[in-house]
Design a binder for this molecule. Structure first.
Ligand code: FCB
Length: 451
């Protein structure tokens, strides 16, 4: 499909998505809320990481971010204007439990309580994520955060409390967002908080994250609330650059570390044997019974999809072809992989219903006169990924919703504020939000798709 007309795209895809499909957008607490020390919020590992010189490319921090904590009603109005039927946000653990154990912070819970009510009043289903990377710093100080098994019980307590308080008003609760990023980028590649570089520690962290997920699912189920329970995984399908044995083997390993390392324990109760063998002494310590705790039945699987990995063992590496271009993150635009990957995981894992919990692009948007923000690249990205998603549904994949990342330009982790993913441009001096062309496109598309 090449037309940029949202109505034409909606007309072509509407029957495939059907009337109950959830049209959403996503954000996370650390990236938009600000109010880092307001109303009793505790410090998070990202607050701390930003204060360490050299960690964030533009030297910025998250003490104000998009000031969503104070402007959430305006932001819900933007969502209503877009016509969203669903919104995915995360709860900052240190906002509701400043030390990660012990006392709850009622002012913190009040913020999410009001946000959820505002969404429901606007007819938008709230979908919450419990852990989008902002661990209470106190837990990092006390026992190296996710490196310790101690954290598992703390997380299960926190999850149960959220489910108890909000589980009758939330459409869904996801335990973790992208545990691969928490473990590998946080503990092996030192790009994300807490900024360590130790593969054995990273793999132990991945096991504790998975175990915490499984225990949290159980502690939340015990609350008997109707919210659907699941997990959000980032999938970057690996493609070998050539048909050589070396490239194919490297792509298989990349898939093992990114996709199968998380899918296999969650849906099959085992770690992939080839990855365990590759890790050798860096494989995590797993206690008897852990895998059964991890492999809990789920109500949905959240998949975050942005790009593919193009795996080359040649020196120098064969570059990704990028026929449809690259985003401002340098990520190759390759929507076809979304279709292929969803078909593959459906065949291999028979997962529960899938939500695309994130998909989007960073772009250098152009400010035009009269408050217009031109981002034709994002319009094309959105159109082509929705088309690829519809194709997957036609091929039998059970997809129930799509969340564009992100509602607003925001703090893009170690890239600071230099990368803009939003449907709305944020002027960080004034906090003014301006609908980009892509926001107008998505709004028209949703309106026609829902009609
Ligand atoms: C994902 C994160 C999200 C955002 C996007 C661009 O990995 O879940 O917070 O930063 O990437």
């Amino acid at each position: 499909m090449s037309s940029n007309d949202p109505l034409a795209t909606a007309a072509a895809l509407k029957a495939t998505f059907g009337p109950r499909f959830a049209w959403g957008s996503a954000t996370s607490a650390a990236q938009i809320e600000g109010a880092a020390a307001t109303d009793g919020k505790g410090e998070s590992i990202w607050d701390r990481f930003c204060s360490e010189p050299g960690r964030i490319n533009d030297g910025s921090n998250i003490s104000v971010a998009c000031d969503h904590y104070h402007r959430f009603r305006d932001d819900v109005a933007l969502m209503r204007w877009l016509g969203l039927s669903a919104y995915r946000f995360s709860i900052a653990w240190p906002r509701v439990q400043p030390l990660g154990r012990g006392a709850w912070n009622e002012a913190g819970f009040a913020f999410y309580d009001q946000l959820i009510d505002a969404l429901l009043e606007a007819g938008i289903a709230p979908h919450a994520t419990l852990y989008h990377w902002d661990l209470p710093q106190a837990l990092q100080d006390e026992f190296e955060g996710w490196e310790s098994r101690e954290i598992v019980a703390r997380f299960a307590d926190y999850a149960a409390e959220v489910a108890r308080r909000f589980g009758d008003r939330l459409g869904s609760i996801s335990t973790l967002n992208e545990p691969w990023c928490s473990a590998t980028l946080g503990y092996e590649l030192a790009q994300f908080a807490p900024g360590k570089a130790n593969r054995a520690a990273a793999m132990q962290v991945s096991h504790h994250l998975l175990l915490a997920h499984g225990m949290a699912i159980q502690s939340m189920r015990a609350q008997g609330r109707p919210a659907a329970l699941g997990v959000v995984l980032n999938h970057t399908p690996a493609f070998p650059a050539t048909a050589s044995e070396a490239d194919r083997r490297a792509a298989r390993l990349d898939d093992g570390l990114n996709v199968r390392w998380y899918m296999d324990p969650v849906f099959r109760g085992q770690y992939p044997a080839d990855v365990l063998e590759h890790l050798g002494a860096d494989a995590p310590r797993v206690e008897p019974g852990d895998l059964a705790q991890i492999a809990q039945p789920l109500d949905f699987l959240g998949v975050n999809f942005y790009t593919r990995s193009f795996i080359s063992t040649a020196q120098p590496a064969v570059p990704a072809p990028g026929k449809q271009g690259f985003t401002d993150m340098g990520w190759e635009i390759y929507p076809k992989a979304l279709t292929q990957h969803l078909v593959r995981i459906t065949r291999e894992y028979s997962p529960p219903p899938i939500y695309i919990t994130e998909n989007g692009m960073a772009n250098v948007d152009r400010l035009e006169d009269a408050g217009r923000v031109a981002d034709p690249e994002r319009v094309a990205y959105l159109r082509d990924h929705l088309t690829a998603l519809a194709r997957a549904i036609e091929l039998g994949v059970d997809v129930r919703g799509y969340f564009y990342w992100s509602l607003l330009d925001n703090f893009e982790w170690n890239s600071g504020y230099t990368k803009r993913f939003g449907l709305f441009r944020v002027d960080y001096e004034t906090q003014a939000r301006t609908a980009k062309d892509s926001a107008h496109w998505y709004r028209a598309f949703i309106g026609a798709a829902k009609a």
